[in-house]
Design a protein around this ligand. Structure first.
Ligand SMILES: Nc1ncnc2c1ncn2[C@@H]1O[C@H](COP(=O)(O)OP(=O)(O)O)[C@@H](O)[C@H]1O
Ligand SMILES: [Mg+2]
Length: 244
């Protein structure tokens, strides 16, 4: 389909004889904010890692603008499909600014001047421009994650993948990162977000995927899925997470 960015088709993944993903199908269209929810061990990270070429699917395909990503070059592809990790994965030996410049100069071959200007634009956007000369170790978790988001945005990706971006944060820092993600969603950024933040999934995303034991157990519009879950497993999961 012309307006489809990513298509996951019949994706399966096994580690040895342990099947972690089974026959996963879904589609990402421009401006979609898809939340992936589900218990720990249900395969959410493995799914994102397959989409980011960090794992190789055992079967099925992932198609980006009509092309199977099995054959594409990882570095170039990852400029279009960026990823934000739970543990930030910043370069600890570089400053905040350098973290946001290096991918642009190395992979996108932008000039230093252009890369700086662009990095500043996104660091401002996440409120981290006062910290450009700081090293990651000098920052709080929330600040590190905002830098990681700016770094990903500086590549001007078409899709951003987030793997539990707030799970490693102290509770008082979750809000500042979610606020940045809400702004991105409101601006039309296409996002695929693995999260345990049910309020974010319900209020910010336009599509929610509930995974259990390596399969998509249920998916749909947030309002329907949260208010009228069709599957018993979804009901159980939600009642545990929403505390009712
Ligand atoms: N590299 C790996 N080798 C072996 N097993 C793995 C590997 N990565 C993940 N798994 C297993 O796959 C299952 C799903 O893991 P994961 O995708 O991390 O789930 P989630 O992100 O939903 O918690 C778990 O049982 C996990 O132990
Ligand atoms: Mg995970």
């Amino acid at each position: 389909m012309a307006d489809t960015i990513l298509e996951v088709r019949h994706l399966s993944k096994s580690f040895g004889d342990h099947q972690v993903l089974r026959d996963i199908d879904f589609t990402v269209r421009p401006g979609d904010v898809t939340s992936i929810i589900g218990a720990s061990g249900s395969g959410k990270s493995t799914l994102l890692r397959c989409i980011n070429l960090l794992e190789t699917p055992s079967a099925g395909e992932i198609v980006f603008h009509g092309q199977d990503i099995g054959g594409v070059k990882a570095a170039a592809y990852r400029t279009k499909v960026g990823m934000v990790f739970q543990s930030f994965n910043l370069f600890n030996n570089m400053t905040v600014l350098q973290n946001c410049v290096v991918g642009q100069t190395k992979v996108l071959k932008r000039s230093k001047a252009e890369a700086h200007e662009n990095a500043m634009k996104y660091l401002k956007k996440v409120g981290m421009d006062p910290y450009i000369n700081a090293r990651p170790r000098q920052l709080s978790g929330g600040q590190k994650q905002r830098v990681a988001i700016a770094r990903a945005l500086a590549m001007q990706p078409e899709v951003l993948l987030f793997d539990e971006p707030t799970s490693a944060l102290d509770p008082e820092m979750v809000g500042e990162v979610l606020a940045v993600m809400r702004d991105l969603a409101a601006e039309g950024m296409t996002m695929l977000v693995v999260t345990h933040e049910m309020a974010f999934a319900r209020d910010v995303s336009n599509h929610v995927v509930f995974m259990a034991d390596g399969v998509i157990c249920e998916e749909g519009e947030p309002k329907a899925l949260f208010e009228r879950p069709q599957q018993e497993r979804t009901r159980e999961f939600l009642s545990r997470f929403m505390g009712n």
